[in-house]
Design a protein around this ligand. Sequence first.
Ligand SMILES: O=C(O)CCC(=O)C(=O)O
Ligand SMILES: [Fe+2]
Length: 334
Amino acid sequence: MADGFYSNIPTRTVQLILSDEEKLSLEQAILDGLARIGTDRKIDAILDLVCTEMSEAFRDCLSSGHRAAIQDFRRNKDALALHISNTPRLAEEDIPPTPYRRPDAATERAMLRSDAKVLGLIGLAGFTPFASPSENQGYAFRNVLAAAGKEESQSSHGSAEFGLHMDNPSAELSSEAPACMQVPRILAFDCIRNFENIPTELERTISVLNEIKHGAFKYLAHRAFAIEPPQSNEVSIYAPSRRPTPLLEEDDEGNLVLRYDPTSVSLHDPDPRYQKTLANLQAVLAKTVPSSQITLQPGHFLMFKNRQVLHMRRAFNPLEDRDQSRWLRRLYAV
Ligand SMILES: O=C(O)CCC(=O)C(=O)O
Ligand SMILES: [Fe+2]
């Protein structure tokens, strides 16, 4: 099914399998593009440039069906995730060990071609990448892995269960805000290694909301909750934490956004109605088995709509050889 794609209804994931011809053509476009741009600067200094150059070049590398599926993803209300396999990947010998201790400049440099692919694909889908100033020391790409000493952290650097959540729940929803201050519209992932076969699990926010008791639903929209920065944040750049916030808000595209992360959310107003509401939401989340479990493998690219999808990752034991343990590269975009 070189040109085939289908949408699985419960989670609305568009799945594409690139042909070997498309893959080779993308690989060449990446090499040519980077040669034109120059590779002496850090990816962060040329983020927008690489995104624009690659997305333009990628258009001619794909079959018309695959190109249209990617270009339509943003405005296609039915599509919540896009999973592409057989995308270009680095040769095995060029992939550095999983940087589980800390990222280093040589590892980051080695990922340039991989990162250029991610930028091209999200650019083709009409999104704009950004670096969140509150985490990751301001770098756009985050290494999602089991970091040494962070085993218990419920975050993209932990290996404990990280329950259903959205990323950056306390950020701004207005598209007037600078991109880096906004709740990411999408999260994009490139799989470098996943020998542990740990899935990234997705559930539609609306399916979770449909399970909330009718009476409790309206209270989610009251300014009765507090959202602390998530555990992955190194510094808080968002509005003062513990400012009373609603958990449910509509964004400018009419998405009902559930600002939820299990490590971030607490009660601001102790009124029992809000206590019950939060308990009801947490009970619903605890019994939700995400309808989509995507076990990313090398060469897989995934993006999903962070404002319409909750995601999670179960607890796992990283490979004993930590140099080869699970490693995804993640990028935010609006
Ligand atoms: O490890 C995963 O599959 C997802 C981790 C996660 O929640 C994130 O990177 O935002
Ligand atoms: Fe996340």
